[in-house]
Design a binder for this molecule. Structure first.
Ligand code: ADE
Length: 239
């Protein structure tokens, strides 16, 4: 899968994403991440990419042409239609289900804005998806793009070491993940739950399922409405 990022801060996204698990996946060639500097497509001799908003008001607006030319350079390279995601607090809020949908694509293009926004005309022409990462305002789209790429890339087969681990985790089936423990068996007088040491896979699975439901009820009761619970589970946890 190929991620393409349009940005004014190439180093920020490339340095951030070329580390850890995502960096390893790039090294292995399972995914590619490339960034295009929108400023390189400025037609202005000072490489300016923003100007005052028509109608007045605070701040500057990113101009249409450099953004469009940067997009065109990526589109020419891929040679096929790809979704273009514009990171904006005005978008649909990103979630795991959207990450799963986007992970099916071969190429994704991310457009990171700055200043007070981007000229609406170029957005109308190229953007297919308006996405926000939450109801708060950041200074630019780079961190949101990195958040999305991390969440999407880890779903691509071969990115995580074990393919099952993306399946049994928080938000799968709208339940939070069960608690995890590792050595030592006793840490500062706190013991690992006995069932996990029993070697009885059936009991372990049952305990984990219960913990998942309990934890979701406690921490994210809003998720439970959409979770598939058995009649017994609903009864047992008073749901
Ligand atoms: N740009 C600025 N704030 C943002 C947010 N919350 N999500 C996506 N893009 C943004």
């Amino acid at each position: 899968m190929n991620f393409h990022i349009m940005t004014l801060f190439k180093e920020m996204v490339l340095d951030g994403l070329n580390t850890s698990i995502i960096g390893k996946a790039v090294e292995k060639g399972v995914i590619t991440i490339d960034a295009v500097d929108i400023r390189e497509y400025s037609t202005n001799k000072h490489k300016k990419v923003d100007d005052y908003p028509y109608g007045g008001g605070a701040g500057m607006v990113m101009q249409a042409e450099p953004v469009y030319a940067a997009y065109q350079s990526i589109a020419d390279k891929i040679g096929q239609k790809a979704r273009v995601i514009y990171l904006t607090p005005q978008g649909q809020t990103f979630n795991q289900k959207m990450a799963e949908e986007f992970a099916k694509e071969e190429d994704l293009i991310f457009l990171c804005g700055h200043y007070e926004g981007i000229d609406e005309r170029v957005l109308d022409k190229i953007v297919t998806d308006y996405v926000s990462i939450g109801d708060y305002v950041l200074t630019g789209g780079e961190l949101p793009a990195m958040v999305m790429i991390d969440a999407i890339a880890r779903l691509v087969p071969g990115v995580l070491n074990n393919d099952v681990s993306a399946e049994f985790e928080s938000f799968h089936d709208n339940l939070l993940e069960y608690p995890q423990y590792s050595r030592p068996e006793t840490w500062r007088d706190e013991k690992v739950p006995d069932v996990l040491l029993s070697g009885h896979h059936g009991n372990v699975a049952k305990w984990r399922r219960e913990q998942s439901v309990l934890r979701t009820a406690e921490r994210r009761p809003d998720l439970l409405e959409k979770a598939e619970l058995s009649v017994e589970e609903r009864k047992r946890f008073n749901l």
